[in-house]
Design a protein around this ligand. Structure first.
Ligand code: S3P
Length: 472
């Protein structure tokens, strides 16, 4: 192994070990949620996480100054901002709250002098690997204990095909070092799993190298990278083949032009107050300014099929995306079967759907959940364990979950969050209507995506309290 890469890899491991130490059991912050009165009012949730990451990345790759309003200021996104700075972009927050990114141009990032720490964020790490891999320099990636356990082969394999050298621990996990090849070779790649992160990694790599990159996407996933590529001025061709697969063709080294991005509210964060209102009698909420891109609205479709009283108000278009205010009222829900082909459009929402299902009449069957096993935690087993701890009848399969609603003695359990923000928020929502309080072992991790969650939910009427001695 070349000396310099060996050094970087050792440095990455040392840093990772230090970082993991900060996430041991001694600094977890447990909290309980208990039965609450009707939730009422209007709220805005923070900006969309997927669009926030991408606006920083595209800002760094575009020439000129990109301005971003509504950026999600969560740990995950701020780690991407730091990474873009490490590549030479200037990222600043103005007094007005607007963020600016002075970019360097496609293929023109600088070699980072330090290790890039992506904390808990698979999106940040995997998208930036695509960018870094297409540059002829070395960069070292690390993350927290959760991210260090997640599979990276899904992005490293296409990067290797492009000529990128990967120095990783066994099984292609973080920490790892990428060494971009010069010149890198663009590829034709069929995405083997439904993953917008893999699609985006390949497109971002292709953008930063000469030649044509072709991507075949058998199952449509969130399309923010495609929309933002075009929004920043790149030409991206899209067609459908006889098999119904989407084909994306991108010519590399196209110049991007700085933009003004306005980030809409995150539907994946809005999911928590929406489900809380549906299960809490008397509730009436409006969640304002939410992204309604149809690659993200599977949960709304499902909740409406379950009988949820949900309507969209003030529908409008902003920055090429459909936006609206979501009006939701308490509803008597019924179980449904959620088809596997809906999974990509609600992949982050299954934990909170399982909570809605716990209060619905009959069974809710969720299929095609294999990707949940490789999220911030093994979300399928984390949800099943949380349901079990709180007496919610359910069945966990390899790739499905069945929840039976309406049990009588829900609650009283402590839920292990496994460094997974969505497990923490979902089970706090369960506690709002459970007969006994529901506790989660850590609310600190919520800061990765929705730092204001406890404060905003409390303002609507949600009751949180220290963990009762019996639940510890
Ligand atoms: C994301 C894609 C999804 C999603 C994640 C954000 C993105 O991950 O779960 O929270 O911004 O591209 P996968 O690509 O692994 O499905």
């Amino acid at each position: 192994m070349p000396l310099r890469l060996a050094f970087l890899q050792t440095a990455a491991m040392n840093a990772a070990n230090r970082h993991i130490m900060t996430h041991d059991a001694s600094n977890l912050s447990p909290l309980s949620a208990r039965r609450s009165q009707a939730l009422a009012g209007r709220l805005t949730v923070p900006g969309d996480k997927s669009i926030s990451h991408r606006s920083l990345i595209f800002g760094a790759l575009a020439k000129g100054e990109t301005r971003i309003d509504g950026l999600l200021e969560s740990e995950d996104v701020l780690n991407t901002a730091k990474a873009m700075q490490a590549f030479g972009a200037l990222v600043t927050k103005e007094e007005s709250g607007q963020w600016t990114v002075s970019g360097l141009g496609t293929g023109a990032l600088l070699e980072p002098t330090d290790i890039l720490d992506f904390g808990n964020s698979g999106t940040g790490a995997r998208l930036v690997m695509g960018v870094a891999g297409a540059h002829a320099f070395a960069s070292t990636f690390m993350g927290d204990a959760s991210l260090s356990g997640r599979p990276m082969a899904r992005v490293l394999n296409p990067l290797r095909e492009m000529g990128v050298q990967v120095l990783a621990r066994s099984k292609d996990r973080l920490p790892l070092t990428l060494k971009g090849s010069d010149p890198a070779s663009p590829i034709t790649y069929r995405v083997p799993m439904a993953s917008a992160q893999v699609k985006s990694c390949v497109l971002l790599a292709g953008l930063n190298m000469a030649g044509t990159t072709t991507l075949i996407e058998p199952v449509k996933t969130r399309d923010h990278t495609e929309r933002m590529l075009r929004g920043f001025g790149a030409k991206l061709e899209e067609s459908t083949n006889e098999a119904g697969e989407t084909i994306l063709t991108l010519e590399g080294l196209q110049e991007l032009t700085a933009q003004h991005v306005t980030v809409p509210g995150d539907p994946s964060s809005a999911a928590f107050p929406i489900v809380a209102a549906l299960i809490t009698p008397g509730s009436d909420l409006v969640v304002e300014n939410i992204l309604l891109n149809e690659t993200r609205t599977g949960l709304l479709t499902t909740l409406m099929e379950m009988g949820g009283d949900i309507s969209i108000q003030n529908e409008r278009e902003s920055g090429g995306e459909r936006i609206g205010d979501i009006h939701v009222k308490y509803s008597a829900l019924s179980g449904v079967t959620v088809p596997a082909d809906r999974a990509p459009s609600m992949i982050d929402e299954y934990p909170v759907l399982a909570v809605a299902a716990a209060f619905a009449k009959g069974e809710t069957r969720m299929e095609g959940l294999e990707e949940l096993r490789v999220k911030e935690s093994d979300r399928l087993s984390a949800v099943a364990a949380g349901l079990a701890a709180n007496n919610v009848p359910h069945e966990e399969g390899e790739d499905y979950l069945i929840v039976t609603g309406g049990a009588e003695k829900i609650g009283g359990g402590m839920v292990a969050t496994h460094l997974d923000h969505r497990i923490a928020m979902s089970f706090l929502v369960l506690g709002l209507q459970a007969q006994k309080p529901v506790s989660v072992d850590d609310v600190g991790i919520i800061a990765t995506s929705f730092p204001q969650f406890i404060e905003l939910m409390s303002a609507l009427g949600a009751c949180f309290e220290p963990v009762p001695a019996t639940a510890e």
